[in-house]
Design a protein around this ligand. Structure first.
Ligand SMILES: Nc1ncnc2c1ncn2[C@@H]1O[C@H](COP(=O)(O)OP(=O)(O)OP(=O)(O)O)[C@@H](O)[C@H]1O
Ligand SMILES: [Mg+2]
Length: 605
């Protein structure tokens, strides 16, 4: 038999669990990969940003260098112009003229003072012109001593960073660039100096450096380990130890690192002393500035959060996109699983229903086959019976005829009269049996009419009433639904119910207790159902399958054709007849007839 395997729920559960675990692993893996990719992107971006800082620091360092190159170029010019001139008061006007030429070349530089000293350290020329200073002795100054003691032709001097206490730059930061003046014999002949406004350099070349919104630059004197421009843009002068070490140890180590004169990239945590809560990590790129033996380092820095914000907005969008794609993948997978699940269920249901249909069809086929088989058997039996009836009927009528002739010839022999009567009756009974067999073998055509059930049962009752009364049997007619009409052959159906009632009466004969036959009718949709039950001896289980067979009887006088004729009539009406006989509960015959009469044509039946 075909059986449909329903999906095992534990298997489905295991599959779903595996699916969930796989999805979770996939999700976890994707998230981890995304995180590491994001970190990689961030690191690359930092490195790129750092590289940019380094380039900017390099550019600024180059500009500052160029500024000083220009200043030293001017000093070299003045050295050349004045090298062969005796630097004495009588040459004052010549010196002034020469200095004027040099001044023009210093126009675009942050030089604010320009002076020439003689061999003894006295000022012989001064710009801006200052009558009080000319002739004064400055031989104690560093640059003078340097030019006299260690300087040589072409050697450059740069003072350390200082704050001016007098003159034009009072209160400002300045540097002195100097060259010695030497004669053709290489002998020391005087000094030329330029006072460089450091504030101007800072304002022009360092403070404007911006990388990002809030980036800026700082400048340190790596050789002297002091700050020139601090991270807040102020021109300072503190030592590394004082300025950086207590608060910004990482910045201190970067500053110390800068002493090797190499460019570098790094970061440090910066806490603004004015708002300590604002701790910021900064990215820095730094580049050395080398001028006349001094080593400065220019750093370009930007708070990390700004760098983060730049890449963050891109990463955030990328993040949203990756979440959207993860979510749509999961939703898509869920929809697919749900669809598959539904499809599978529909398919299973379909297969089950088709299998049920197939089963029904097979049963129908089997029963039709059985019916055909029995119809065929019946037809064969019928043909046989007709032959036999013919063969018996003729000799039987000649027996009856001859017997009547003999009786007449004997002339009313009273002694033999009884025997003649018996023979005649028996011949008569045989004739009736032959008629029955003929009726069974060649059933008359159905004459379909509208039949009232009550009327049908009533007519049958009239036929049997007297006999039943004699035997002490009661008959009752009951119904569940209102009495109904249906289409059928009144005469043949009368025969059917007559036989059923007479059978029931036979079964009740030897019964001692209640002798009751109940005929019950009810309507069931397109059918009329009539049951005939009795309180008789019932039918043994072993015999119940045989009672519809022709000529099966348990009665001495029975022909055994009653039920098979009845079954034949009911089948030809398109109905069914069934029997049930539970032990000690009598027998119950149930007849189901279509309300509209037989559906098939008479020939087929
Ligand atoms: N109500 C019943 N209670 C018990 N047995 C029954 C009942 N109806 C039928 N039978 C059994 O079924 C057999 C067959 O019945 P069927 O009507 O075909 O033939 P019959 O009554 O024996 O003879 P016939 O009807 O030809 O005179 C009966 O002999 C009897 O054994
Ligand atoms: Mg009978």
């Amino acid at each position: 038999m075909l059986s449909i395997e329903r999906p095992d729920s534990s298997k489905v559960f295991a599959l779903i669990s595996i699916g969930i675990v796989a999805a979770a692993l996939l999700l976890g893996g994707t998230l981890a990969a995304t995180r590491s990719l994001r970190q990689e992107a961030r690191d690359k971006y930092y490195a790129q940003y750092n590289q940019q800082q380094l380039l900017i620091a390099k550019e600024a360092s180059k500009t500052i260098n160029e500024q000083f190159e220009a200043i030293y170029g001017s000093l070299k010019l003045s050295r050349r112009l004045l090298g062969d001139t005796p630097l004495i008061p009588s040459s004052r006007s010549f010196i002034r003229d020469q200095m004027q030429i040099v001044l023009e070349s210093m126009e675009d530089t942050p030089v604010v003072e320009y002076a020439v000293f003689d061999i003894g350290g006295k000022v012989v020329g001064m710009y801006p012109e200052d009558e009080f200073t000319i002739g004064h002795d400055f031989s104690w100054r560093d640059y003078y001593k340097w030019a006299r003691d260690v300087g040589s032709e072409g050697k450059r001097y740069l003072s350390p960073f200082m704050e001016m206490v007098g003159g034009l730059l009072k209160g400002k930061k300045a540097l002195i660039a100097a060259n010695g003046i030497y004669g053709g014999d290489g002998k020391f002949r005087g000094v030329v100096i330029a006072l460089v406004n450091f504030d101007a350099i800072v304002n022009q070349h360092i403070l404007p450096i911006r990388l990002g919104e809030s980036g800026y630059a700082w400048l340190i004197d790596s050789k002297n380990r002091s700050i020139l421009v601090d991270p807040r843009g102020r021109v300072g002068g503190q030592s590394f130890e004082d300025a950086f070490l207590p608060k910004w140890p990482k910045l201190y180590s970067i500053a110390m690192e800068s002493q090797n004169g190499k460019p570098g990239k790094d970061w440090y945590d910066y806490e603004d002393p004015e708002s300590p809560a604002n701790m910021t990590r900064k990215l820095v790129g730094y580049y050395p500035v080398e001028i006349a033996g001094s080593l400065w380092t220019l750093g370009v820095c930007t708070p990390m959060r700004e760098v983060d914000a730049l890449i963050g907005s891109v990463l955030r969008r990328q993040n949203i996109l990756s979440w959207i794609s993860v979510a749509s993948t999961i939703i898509g997978a869920l929809i697919l699983v749900a669809l598959l699940f539904m499809w599978n269920r529909t398919l299973t249901r379909e297969v089950i229903s088709r299998t049920e249909d197939l089963k029904d069809a097979r049963m129908q086929l089997e029963s039709t086959f059985q019916e055909l088989l029995s119809a065929k058997k019946m037809a064969a039996l019928g043909r046989l019976s007709i032959g036999i009836v013919h063969e018996i009927r003729n000799p039987l009528s000649s027996v009856l005829l001859n017997m009547q002739i003999i009786r007449r010839k004997l002339g009313g022999e009273a002694e033999l009269d009884d025997n003649f009567e018996i023979v005649e009756e028996e011949v008569q009974r045989l004739n009736t049996l032959l008629e029955e067999v003929m009726g069974f073998a060649r059933p008359p055509q159905l004459r379909i009419k509208k039949i009232d059930i009550v009327e049908l049962i009533r007519k049958v009752s009239i036929l049997v009433n007297q006999q039943l009364e004699e035997d002490g049997i009661r008959i009752a007619h009951t119904w569940s639904t209102a009495p109904d009409y249906f289409s059928g052959d009144m005469e043949q159906l009368k025969q059917v119910f007559l036989n059923l009632i007479l059978n029931a009466a036979d079964a009740l004969k030897e019964v001692k207790g209640l002798k009751l036959i109940t005929v019950h009718t009810l309507s069931d949709g397109g059918n009329v159902i009539i049951t005939v039950s009795d309180t008789g001896k019932g039918i043994p289980e072993a015999e119940i399958d045989k009672i519809f067979d022709p000529f099966y009887t348990t009665k001495a006088q029975g022909g055994g054709l009653g039920l098979s004729i009845a079954q034949n009539v009911i089948i030809r009406h398109g109905g069914t007849i069934e029997v049930k006989s539970p032990p000690r509960r009598g027998a119950k015959f149930t007849i189901r007839l279509p309300r509209n009469g037989p559906a098939l044509s008479e020939e087929i039946l």
